[in-house]
Write a protein that binds this ligand. Structure first.
Ligand code: FES
Length: 164
């Protein structure tokens, strides 16, 4: 069978087959774990991949979509390689988070919720991310950056840009 399924872009189906083959036989308990691992692999949940999970696990596609749309951790939209999450909680707001956010938006040419054209960054905002003493704060992937200024945030994003 073809390893690539055509859509707007070529999606390699082999990784999801490997993920499903490692999962147990229990449909219900393994579906969320499969979806999490699949999203980690692809960066989002492409439709052809969900169809393949449906076929392999014999779970109706509508039920899979129900799970994906119920949990906010899942996304059907392609995301960037790096997730930038800028805190918009009160402490960060008071310490200038809006300026930081504006700088990142200008630098990446995206608005909140968007992914850059090269799929390197997705920009998000979040309510308090729990490190108010470092306000204003942002996360890039799993890493925290605090006491940000417009100048410092530019350097941080540049560093991640050069890693791509
Ligand atoms: S308000 Fe930003 S980390 Fe708490």
């Amino acid at each position: 069978m073809e390893e690539k399924i055509m859509s707007k872009i070529n999606i390699d189906i082999k990784p999801v087959r490997d993920i499903v083959s490692k999962s147990g036989d229990d449909q219900d308990s393994s579906l969320i774990a499969i979806l999490q691992e699949t999203q980690d692999e692809y960066g989002y949940l492409p439709k052809p991949v969900l169809k393949e999970i449906s076929r392999l696990k014999d779970i109706p596609l509508t039920r899979i979509f129900g799970v994906v749309t119920f949990y906010s951790q899942f996304t059907l939209i392609p995301r960037g390689k790096h997730a930038i999450k800028i805190c918009s909680g009160t402490a960060c707001h008071v310490k200038g988070a809006d300026d930081v956010k504006q700088k990142v938006k200008e630098q990446l040419n995206v608005v909140e919720g968007e992914t850059t054209a090269d799929y390197q960054f997705t920009l998000e905002t979040a309510a308090c991310i729990g490190t108010c003493f470092l306000a204003p704060v942002m996360m890039v992937d799993d890493r925290y950056f605090g006491k940000l200024t417009a100048g410092r945030v530019t350097d941080i994003v540049d560093r991640y840009s050069s890693k791509v």
